[in-house]
Ligand binder design. Structure first.
Ligand code: AP5
Length: 236
């Protein structure tokens, strides 16, 4: 199963991607996370990418596209969720070309719709667990609020220490990330439109202004329905 995840920065793509990954045993390929790994490791790619990420800009295609193509080539046979790529029409076209060469298709595209002010609030209040960065923690939402231990906020799931992403506290950089997302000519919405018009994958559009489990239930039930249709077409 191959899935593309879309949604404005902070809308919950990563959160939902993790739930879907665990349900189907897929790889969760997150372009932003691969960059952060390179930055932490001090690689040349990481050093080049950091300047763009700090300013909220896209890392140039000549660095990003080969990096994602490599991750796809290494992914497991069950399939993947690609989160954070493509982020422009040019990346969407490059991805289609890569998938054509690999002789694989995208099965599902999910798109989380969320107002940008709400998405900004989610970015700024996000806290990252040092033990597992997929543990949801947010200082503004009661259901996923970190817990207090020895006078400090720690991960509500495992008690790990929490940190903030550098690019999450700069409002100008966040606005720039959202300007790129909502740009229907060249930005990420252009990639979304490209996929709506050029791909046979089932398109799942969900209202992101709900709780995490409601959204997950919505996406998972659409995938189940899609899988049932595929089985009926295969076996009659
Ligand atoms: P990236 O790491 O992809 O960051 P982002 O797109 O800005 O946003 P996220 O993916 O972190 O947000 P999300 O939608 O996953 O939300 P989350 O689930 O964490 O990219 C970083 C940078 O790398 C980019 O700016 C760019 O520079 C570069 N880059 C990456 N890909 C690139 C590409 N293809 N080309 C060029 N450059 C690229 O949720 C957010 C918070 O809300 C969390 O705290 C979560 O717990 C909480 N939350 C989630 N869902 C809910 C809910 N329903 N209700 C309440 N809280 C919720």
């Amino acid at each position: 199963m191959r899935i593309l995840a879309f949604g404005p920065n902070g809308s919950g793509k990563g959160t939902q991607g993790t739930i879907i990954r665990d349900r189907y045993g897929l790889d969760h390929i997150e372009s932003g996370e691969i960059f952060r790994h390179h930055i932490k490791a001090g690689t040349e790619l990481g050093m080049k990418a950091k300047t763009y990420i700090d300013a909220g800009n896209l890392v140039p295609d000549e660095l990003t596209i080969p990096m994602v193509a490599e991750a796809l080539a290494k992914s497991n046979e069950r399939g993947w969720i690609l989160d954070g790529f493509p982020r422009s029409k040019a990346q969407a076209e490059a991805l289609q070309e890569t998938l054509r060469e690999m002789k694989i298709d995208v099965d599902y595209i999910f798109e989380i719709e969320l107002d940008r002010e709400e998405a900004k609030k989610r970015i700024m209040g996000r806290r990252i667990c040092s033990i597992n960065n997929n543990h949801p923690n947010h200082i503004a939402f009661e259901t996923i609020h970190p817990v207090e231990k020895d006078g400090e906020l720690v991960c509500r799931v495992c008690g790990g220490s929490l940190s903030m992403r550098e690019d999450d506290q700069d409002q100008d950089a966040i606005n720039q990330r959202h300007d790129i997302y909502y740009d229907e000519d060249k930005g990420t919405m252009a990639a979304v439109i490209y996929y709506r018009e050029n791909c046979d994958a089932r398109n799942i559009r969900v209202d992101g202004d709900r709780g995490i489990s409601d959204i997950a239930e919505n996406i998972l039930s659409e995938i189940e329905e899609g899988e049932a249709i595929k089985l009926r077409l295969k076996f009659g």
